[in-house]
Ligand binder design. Sequence first.
Ligand code: BTN
Length: 257
Amino acid sequence: MEINVNNTFFTGKFLLHLPSVDSTNNFAKNHIANNSPIDGTVIFADEQFAGRGQSGNKWQTEAHKNLTFSIIYQTSFLPATAQFLLNKAISLGVWAMLDAYFRLEKNKPIVEVKWPNDIFVNNKKIAGILIENTIAGMNLKHSVIGIGLNVNQCVFADGVNATSMQLVLEKSLDRNQILNDIFLYIEKYYLLLKQQRNEVLDKEYLANLYQKEKWTFYKKGEEIFEGKIIGIDQFGKLILETMTGKESFAFKEIQFL
Ligand code: BTN
């Protein structure tokens, strides 16, 4: 795949295009340790053989069909306690790019952010985000924003609740174009974050949150219970209304069923 990035201020202006790597996030972290990468540097791989997901999961993706890359942002402006705002900005960037592609479809597909930062289309996962931050003092220093987006993959392993842009739009897509678009939208929301337009990020994130205000089942440890998402607190915890009142949950504490 030929990559040309031409529509952003800084995201992807410097891009390392690797034919094959274990994980673009790993490569990006080593790159930060050994170099002084410019803000918005991107590590892109055609093939990733040990892709990582959240909670130690694997990210498996068909080579040459999808997008797997990591953006390095210099995030020293962001207090470590406010790091969930970065998750919101990046999720919204990926969400907005997909929403723009699907907006004109007859039966408009529903694009949502599944807390904390998966992107779902019609209840199936289309993109995953793995953000890894380094911290210096009270603030972040660097953030590695790893993104896996299913573009032209049409077959997924049994039992995997996934979809791709091609499956939704019923046509194959130009990955270089999508990469340009995703950089543009991510940069747009990242700049909102830098300008401290937190109210915009909070509002749009909530407006597009998967299963918001819907009673459904969740699991904590061995306990299955009914709850309804009513918000996200300032640290990014999920706030649920349950039969026994309001409760908030950290990412590893709760599972969607
Ligand atoms: C998840 O859904 O759990 C997050 C998946 C993140 C996958 C991307 S692919 C590019 C980058 N490199 C990795 O090893 N992981 C992220």
